[in-house]
Design a protein around this ligand. Structure first.
Ligand SMILES: NC(=O)c1ccc[n+]([C@@H]2O[C@H](COP(=O)([O-])OP(=O)(O)OC[C@H]3O[C@@H](n4cnc5c(N)ncnc54)[C@H](OP(=O)(O)O)[C@@H]3O)[C@@H](O)[C@H]2O)c1
Length: 433
């Protein structure tokens, strides 16, 4: 038996380098916790010729077979990102009897259920705390501390880039394009921001959380998704006047045994805890039948916070290795129906630009009423510099998503309607009617 617990890193980029630095800085503490020193034995990268700070060149490889050919490497830490080849590398490691720790939300969202089953079949663990919420502990609490609950809802701000942008829009009244350019300058947004601003990243994470919260398999393409690129400074200002802030919320609910999963810009009442989560911070709110509501909040990205989650998983599994403990059996995910957005019920915010003429409001109210949609509030704004044009902002009581879309179709076809601005769901307490 080796007198260390051997591990290998797949990927030594932003997060991998952070993990290497933390492993070195905390070596004595980690050895005391585990009962044996942790030993980094291989670092797999794409460019094997580039020198890496803090990594002996003898550890560098570009070949997974080198890692799998070493019987003393018991834990593989996957920090490459992306679907390919990360998914197949994780699978090969599990099949070769290696425990795997990953931060990869895309792989866990698309193939988590299958990979967890493979891990179970091969008597090893697959841990993924860092895949959602960076440094926020959320996977472990859902897997252990909240197990006694029936979880009914998960509501989360799980993309730091968009939360930074929406916070800046709310605080400075700035427009989307300006805020995006600033976020890119500061390194908070990628040169190609699509995955963040269109809600793709958040859809991966809410799919992962559905697996844990409800024990159901939800694929990211079953998540109804809308990004923030269509939002304007006007929507943010109107929401504020109504007592709301707009957040890109990832939401999942268990309703009558079926799942609703969405990522959408959503109006959140200012008094709600999630309305106060600003900048690059992330937060996940869980509702359970026993615990009520709990909120986990913290840094959702960056080498320090993400290493904190990655290394927690590494230490956990290293303790198992030392103790010779077998992993707990994995309970396969259930398959349940995922409701399409037409069947969701929510309150809604509607912004409509119209010709400012008598009778327009009555026609729109009629169209909403015909679709069984009841108006909760209404404000009319003059449009600066466009005489004869008005902006109507409605909020509704709980309504059916499909009925709302049909009513919007009717309203859009009216000759007095110039533009349907935004139609956004509203979070917060109102008993569904
Ligand atoms: N960044 C964050 O704040 C954050 C937060 C939470 C979770 N995560 C997750 O953490 C993971 C790593 O993110 P990161 O920001 O560290 O990524 P990154 O900076 O792009 O680093 C990726 C690393 O993987 C290596 N790599 C990529 N493709 C490879 C291939 N085909 N073969 C061999 N090596 C390959 C790269 O090698 P080279 O160095 O040779 O290019 C690089 O070392 C991702 O799953 C990400 O979603 C990141």
């Amino acid at each position: 038996m080796s007198d260390t617990v051997g591990s290998a890193l797949l990927g030594a980029g932003g997060i991998g380098s952070g993990v290497i630095a933390a492993l070195e800085a905390g070596a004595a503490r980690y050895a005391a916790r585990v009962g044996r020193p942790l030993e980094l034995r291989h670092v797999l990268v794409r460019d094997t010729l580039r020198p890496r700070r803090g990594v002996a060149s003898a550890l560098i490889t570009g070949d997974l077979d080198v890692v799998l050919g070493d019987p003393d490497t018991r834990i593989v830490i996957e920090l490459m990102g992306g679907e390919d080849p990360a998914r197949s590398y994780i699978e090969r490691c599990l099949r070769a009897g290696r425990h795997v720790v990953t931060a990869n939300k895309e792989v866990m969202a698309k193939a988590g259920a299958e990979l967890l089953q493979i891990a179970n079949d091969h008597g090893v663990r697959l841990l993924y705390e860092a895949s959602v919420g960076g440094g926020i502990p959320i996977i472990a609490p859902l897997s252990r501390d909240l197990l006694a609950n029936e979880i009914t809802a998960v509501t989360a701000i799980i993309n730091g880039t968009t939360n930074y942008m929406l916070t800046a829009m709310a605080q400075n009244g700035a427009d989307y394009d300006d805020v995006l350019a600033e976020a890119q300058d500061l390194g908070y947004a990628e040169p190609d921001p699509t995955a963040d601003v269109e809600g793709i990243d958040a859809s991966f994470k809410i799919a992962v959380l559905c697996g844990l919260a409800f024990n159901v398999a939800v694929s990211p393409d079953q998540v109804a998704r809308e990004g923030i690129s269509g939002l304007t400074a006007l929507d943010i200002a109107y929401a504020e006047q109504l007592g709301y802030v707009i957040k890109l919320l990832a939401r999942a609910r268990l309703v009558e045994g079926e799942v609703e999963a969405t990522v959408q810009p959503t109006l959140v009442p200012v008094e709600e805890p999630l309305a106060k989560v600003d900048g690059v911070l992330n937060a996940v709110q869980i509702e359970g039948d026993l615990v009520g509501r709990v909120v986990f909040e913290g840094p959702g990205a960056g080498p320090g916070p993400t290493s904190s989650s990655v290394l927690a998983d590494v230490l956990d599994v290293a303790q198992d290795v030392v103790a010779g403990r077998a992993p707990l059996a994995f309970v396969p995910r259930r398959t349940v129906r995922v409701r399409p957005p037409e069947e969701h019920r929510s309150r809604y915010y509607l912004r409509i630009t119209v010709q400012d003429r008598p009778g327009v409001l009555a026609r729109i109210a009629q169209a909403l009423g015909d679709a069984q949609i009841s108006i909760a509030s209404f404000i009319q704004y003059e449009v600066e510099g466009a005489e004869g044009t008005a902006e109507l902002v409605f909020t509704t009581h709980h309504a059916n998503g499909g009925a709302l879309q049909r009513a919007i179709g009717v309203i859009e076809s009216m000759d007095v309607v110039q533009e349907i601005g935004n139609v956004l769901p509203m979070a917060g307490a109102e008993t569904p009617r």
